[in-house]
Design a protein around this ligand. Sequence first.
Ligand code: DAK
Length: 257
Amino acid sequence: MSEFVRLEVEDGIGTIRLDRPPMNALNAAVQEGLAAAATEATMREDVFAVIVYGGEKVFAAGADIKEMEAMSYAQMARHSAMLQDFTRALARIPKPTLAAITGYALGGGCEVALSCDFRIAGANAKLGQPEISLGIIPGAGGTQRLARLVGPARAKDLVFSGRFIDADEALAIGLIDAVVPDDEVYAAARKRLARYVGGPALAIKAAKEAIDKGLEVDLETGLEIERMAFASLFATEDKAIGMGAFVAKQKPSFVGR
Ligand code: DAK
């Protein structure tokens, strides 16, 4: 992992903590750290759900503009694949993920949040894709995941204008799922994810993959993805435990196998 990103695990919830004051600008080391933390959170069996958190003041104000300013086309052509890799690594964590947003989530910061399953923001949070004012466009999923989440017209409004929106507007357009007082963001994130701790990990993984992969394909192919995932779960111990517990009128104790 990098000096700027760490995975902290407590009570079954992993927190990927960005820590590069003052704005958590996503330089190459932060991007590499995010990818490494996503891999570790994926592999660890004691992590049932993941929060991405930038601390009490700011989520992330985007890619490091001072680092990018010096980059040539050739350098960015090489670097851009890696840049997308870290959001892809986050999006592919096969567990529920949630961005806990305080302060700014801009550009690459907003794209990190878009790579999570859920987003909770503080009342004074500001979100946006301001790349256009730098003469570029979003490059870590912002034109794709944002449009899929809020629809093409709203995504174009945000990307063409580069304007920042507040938490209430972000909630109204479906960019975030909840607004809470600023000092309650992290606690609200933990509360929201606590319900998954001890859950049937393979079933949650299958559900996430079926929904995410199904959104990329036609309905018939999506239904086939669902059918195969559904049938595969009948090979798991958790299926036997879950159904056995129902029949015996007991609470299931899943084992993640
Ligand atoms: N990068 C580097 N430094 C940043 C930064 C950033 N994104 N954002 C803020 N800082 C630095 C400021 O330069 C300042 O540094 P000092 O002057 O103190 O040394 C310090 O953080 C505090 O910032 P401010 O003084 O500006 O603080 P304010 O409260 O006045 O304003 C702000 C906060 C967040 C509204 C403002 O700093 C701001 O507008 N920041 C830039 C936001 C932005 O444009 N973000 C998008 C960056 S572009 C790609 C993939 C992805 C991307 C690009 C390509 N490919 C695959 C091709 C992603 C691009 C981006 O994210």
